[in-house]
Design a protein around this ligand. Sequence first.
Ligand code: PLP
Length: 390
Amino acid sequence: MTSHIMPTYGRLDVTFTKGEGAWLWDQDNKRYLDALSGIAVCSLGHAHPAVHKALCAQSQQLVHTSNLYHIPGQEKLATKLCELSGMDNVFFSNSGAEANEAAIKIARLFGHEKNHTNPTIIVMQQSFHGRTMATLSATGNPKVQAGFEPLLNGFVHVPFNDIAAIESVLKQHDNIVAILVEPVQGEGGVNIPAPDYLNKIRALCDQHDILMMLDEVQTGIGRTGAWFAFQHNHIIPDVCTLAKALGNGMPIGACMAKGKASKLLTAGKHGSTYGGSPLACSVALAVLNTIEEQQLCQQASDKGNAIAQAFSTRLKNNPHIVNIRNKGMMIGIELDLPCAELVSLALDAGLLINVTGDTSIRLLPPLIISYEQIDLLVDILSSLIDGYTT
Ligand SMILES: *Cc1c(COP(=O)(O)O)cnc(C)c1O
């Protein structure tokens, strides 16, 4: 049968029909352990009762009214996000790319206020910020950009985790207005920078009066073991973007801002028809409350470390393991050989994983995964890795 879907994804040959927690079932009722959470989205797992309840209750009252009117749920969600993060205000979008678009627009407004005619943002190699024209221009991956030239001006790429490279760009250019960076690079392969990397970026931004903008679309909402990854560094950025886990599958993104950055997007400067709808905000609020009640940030830290430790123990005699690294529940297992094939081998074995950058297995399990399920994950995947590498 010919498909009428544009072939933008090379899909695995499986169709899921239902889920519960960390489990998914396919058409033939085969069960899979989900160690990817729909790419860091379903942190509460599938069919979570709090999400279900919020969806049902809100959709019985109002799904959408538009931002021409007050939306109490949006106010509530913004207040909660600011309480949790220390940020001042929020613009709601429907996705991560759109949240980053808002951040990029804030940086440009900030630059024009300082009379820069060509405001420029420092971004990182191997970064990922989305698929819109501005966000793919910011993205540090030629594969994402190829064929879409001309790219947007106003971005300089430097190596990730390299403070000297940022300093050098700041010396050479007098039109830098912001630094945009992921606290841990996700799509780039679970790249964890030096522990003080964000602190040093914060100091440079203060020194040069430019905006520190964090793309926490993947790292945010508990994934790394704190509500926001910047909280590990005891700093606050000027701009921070969110999406993925915020709605647990209900599309919603957010661009949070603080201080001078929070005053730039005024009436008429930005907008979104759907952004911050009553339905999306009600679900996101239920997600935040659940993560808080069940202390899932702490659990992300404990379980992420337990998973990395268990793999280290199980795979200690496998000479093909380059390293096993994690920041909370962002877990990378790097091999010394290409291992994309492991994705379909794992699927056959009833396990969902991902491979990035050819040689890194990436795991993003739901934060609600049980320790029994963790044992199963480590068992299945370690055996597959050992079988694959020998
Ligand atoms: C997934 C992701 C995005 C893009 O989010 P979309 O919702 O797909 O637009 C942006 N930045 C990071 C760090 C991401 O992981």
